[in-house]
Design a protein around this ligand. Sequence first.
Ligand code: PHB
Length: 390
Amino acid sequence: MKRFVLAAIAAVALGGAAYADTIKVGVIGPFSGPFALQGKNFKAGIDAYMAVNGKKVGNDEVEVIYRDLPAADPAQSKSLAQELVVKEKVQYLAGFYFTPDAMAVTPILKQANVPMVIFNAATSAIVTKSPLVVRTSFTTWQTSTPIAKVAFDAGVKKVISVVSDYGPGVDAENAFKAGFEKQGGEVVQAIRMPLSTNDFSPIMQRIKDSGAQGVFAFLPSGPTTLGFVKAYNENGLKTAGIKLFAPGDLTQESDLPALGDAALGMQTTFHYAVSHDSPENKAFVAAAGKAIGNPAELTFPAVGAFDGMHVIYKMIEATGGKQDAQKAVDAVKGLSWVSPRGPVTIDPESRHITQNIYLREVAKSDDGKYYNKEIQTFEKQGDPGLAAAK
Ligand code: PHB
């Protein structure tokens, strides 16, 4: 005790409140189980950011503490978040792959005096649940609105919509329907599948029977999307000329080798492609590729996490490392920077990220690698779903 007091006096005498604190960031995500690759991408994005920008903000050392949540499980998410806040004394909560896991934590933020930075969960309404939520990923409204125009312009007038029956799926269904009807198209049927669905053959039969010329689909990226796109091909829908339109969750880069030629030509709209041609993305892919070990495993949650860390670093800077959640959030309202995905801004009203959405087509490079090739840019897209979420 005496030694501590002497050290404190010495530090003040030396002209600084130069105490190095450790600022803890608690990250919740799927680090094991079927969605482990998505969690691995969270970690790769975080590690890449810290490798490039260092582990310190001012005098403070940033420490990331991980908690594994293998599947959507709101009760478990809440108890992990509480444990991180109470026992680990984290000043920031981040990560959150699935919407229900983020939703379950919003009620504790205010009392805990902790901001939440969402690296993935994509239902529009989450940001309305607490003024302490900031999101660096995307919403399914944001990614599913432009594909409606793409589908209509491709000459498709009747579409059947198929989504996972939870927040981002319902948002995607509504976004596509609104956009497609605005063009003059018709959604002839809307199917909502339980999140646990893994046999898609009966769904493929219903799509065939519907008489639609195209199918709009959203499922959360992972084994689910891989299974769905495989079933679409294996059940002969592609050869029957029923076109598949989707946000980019369905063609994440890490799934492309397993889909092979069957996915070639598939068009999706999304905020990020690993192939995005910019110096910022080249630097990101180099750092995140190194962090993940096998660069073929890189996919979009890595960029949500990388940009999320940028936001957290800015929050730590603005608060001088002190715990003040509202001040931290206020500091990043209107923050703009060039992300690996392109130019972005945290919208000061919604605290959600404004960004370009790209139309991409699955292509094969000269050396035989599959990738999402960007072919059109929808610039500076906000979240059209926020009006619907209110
Ligand atoms: C979500 O649960 O919000 C979610 C998960 C994975 C995605 C998109 C949205 O690919």
